[in-house]
Design a protein around this ligand. Structure first.
Ligand code: 9MR
Length: 400
């Protein structure tokens, strides 16, 4: 009798315990059929209509950031929930928020390409590679052009994919009215607030996370010399982050950079920047690790670095993954690339706060690499002919 009582009590408790999502896990949203409550110490927070997440904190003391102010997004993206064995389906089944890819407007008329891009089983998130950048969105002061960005945002909505916004403030792809503006500090503050506020505000409710600041550091960890730093010092960072937060309180705000994946001066500089922002009460939710790697040279300290950032209460993401090689590819270099993709994805898998992985386009057909690094290429998991390479199996091995 006692035994059966204990058993029925246990039986009543266990399903409840199993029905709770873990920290950073999904707990609601369109198409979600899993648990809708969160483990103790976390709170189920609406990120957008089709994604709610268990974030650290309690119902009354939520962490800083969009998580503390859930609200209904202004748009309600919809689409099929992934059910297959593609990259996004595997990533979600493993508790990640998404597996995604960058894309670009010129590629969207390529139907064999879009057949893969639009497949929610492969990609649950997309990033515009160029069309939300400053030169595309505010080519002259105060005149905003969102047609390219809107095309990608609408595609995400149609496909039921999350959208990463890229980016608000970056030294590159700036119109000359910004880079040569000869601004006073007050004037440039206004320029940044207007740009970030208008850009982020235009996509309010549609973006999971924004790269508000892109590539602020040199490789030695010093601040990059550009119009922003040279005019405002480090203050341009909080100015942009605060403007972005005000424009879309539910978007996660990221700083994104490369060569911060390994231990070293640049990762330390990023860590110190985040700590300072947190100490100053500036909104910051995540750090993006671009992960533009070279075959055979994936840094061995990547997971450790990710953990240093999640230890600060941030989420992290792999935002621009590709792994290039010297051409022509050989079976040996493709096999090493397979291992390298597996290693990188496994590092994210091993870190709870690593929410997702984005390829910097999925096919060699549209990779940025060959035009930038002469003699190098084959950096993506799909080849020029949109066929999967061994690298694809490296990714699935880590996600499975
Ligand atoms: O993929 C982008 C490529 O089409 C552009 O020509 C290039 C110009 O700077 O930017 C590429 O994307 C970059 C991203 O915005 C930031 N991190 C590095 C990426 C590769 O250069």
């Amino acid at each position: 009798m006692k035994l059966s009582t204990s058993f029925s009590v246990l039986a009543a408790i266990v399903p409840f315990a199993l029905a709770q999502s873990q920290e950073w896990g999904q707990c609601g949203g369109i198409g979600w059929t899993g648990p809708t409550t969160c483990v103790a110490g976390t709170v189920c927070t609406v990120i957008n209509a089709y994604y709610s997440q268990c974030l650290p904190g309690t119902a009354t003391t939520a962490p800083s950031g969009p998580s503390s102010t859930p609200s209904k997004p202004s748009s309600t993206p919809s689409g099929p929930a992934p059910t297959g064995s593609g990259l996004n389906s595997l990533a979600k089944a493993a508790g990640k928020v998404y597996f995604g890819t960058a894309t670009d407007n010129g590629e969207l008329s390529d139907q064999p390409y879009t057949a893969i891009l639009d497949n929610i089983n492969e990609f649950g998130q997309i990033t515009p590679a160029n069309s939300m950048k400053w030169d595309a969105t505010e080519p002259t002061r105060g005149t905003f052009t969102f047609s390219g960005g809107d095309q990608i945002a609408n595609l995400a909505k149609t496909n039921g994919q999350l959208l990463r916004g890229h980016n608000c403030v970056w030294y590159n792809q700036l119109p000359s009215w910004v880079s040569n503006g000869q601004f006073t500090a007050a004037d440039l503050t206004d320029v940044i607030q207007t740009h970030c506020g208008t850009l982020v505000g235009h996509y309010k409710g549609q973006v999971y996370s924004w790269d508000v600041i892109n590539e602020p550091f040199n490789d030695d960890g010093t601040w990059r010399s550009d119009v922003f730093y040279n005019t405002l010092g480090t203050q341009y960072v909080p100015i942009a982050l605060k403007a972005a937060r005000a424009a879309d309180p539910n978007a996660k705000l990221y700083i994104n950079d490369y060569n911060i994946e390994q231990q070293g001066a640049k990762a330390t500089a990023m860590l110190n920047l985040v700590k300072q922002l947190q100490a100053d009460g500036v909104p910051i939710d995540g750090v993006g690790f671009q992960c533009h790697f070279i075959v055979g040279e994936v840094p061995g300290t990547f997971q450790q670095t990710l953990e240093q950032f999640t230890a600060l209460g941030l989420e992290v993401a792999i935002t621009e993954l590709d792994i290039r090689m010297t051409l022509p590819a050989t079976s040996a270099s493709l096999a090493q690339q397979q291992k390298d993709y597996q290693t990188v994805v496994q590092a994210c898998m091993n870190v709870k706060g690593c929410v997702g992985i984005t390829l910097w386009d999925f096919t060699d057909k549209y990779s940025w690499v060959p035009s930038t690094f002469s003699g190098q290429g084959e950096a993506c998991p799909w080849d020029q002919n949109l066929q999967k390479k061994p690298a694809y199996s490296g990714i699935t091995a880590a996600l499975a």
